[in-house]
Design a protein. Structure first.
Length: 98
């Protein structure tokens, strides 16, 4: 489908420029919550990994977007933040002060 097309485009600098020219593309491609099927998560991850590993990614998308892509890859395809959005150690530290 479309994600396979995006992965094929991510191999080329022109493809990266075209995809990331769309203002919402980064949010779309890194949104794991929008997908309910493992295959879709795998395909999105593959697109991001391909883009993040492109030798010209920094020049094409800039440092901020590049950092987002690389963080996404580092977290893995199935990463889910904890429910409160805080590290468990932070919760323990906060409760110790009560």
């Amino acid at each position: 489908g479309a994600l396979c097309l995006f992965r094929a485009m991510a191999i080329h600098a022109w493809g990266l420029r075209n995809m990331f020219a769309e203002s919402d593309f980064l949010a779309f491609i890194t949104d794991r919550r929008a997908e309910t099927f493992k295959l879709a998560l795998d395909e999105k991850f593959s697109v991001v990994r391909t883009a993040a590993n492109h030798p010209e990614i920094l020049e094409v998308v800039g440092q901020e977007r590049c950092d987002v892509l690389r963080a996404f890859v580092g977290q893995g395809a199935y990463y889910t933040p904890n429910e409160r959005g805080a590290h468990p150690n932070n919760v323990q530290v906060a409760s110790e002060h009560l």
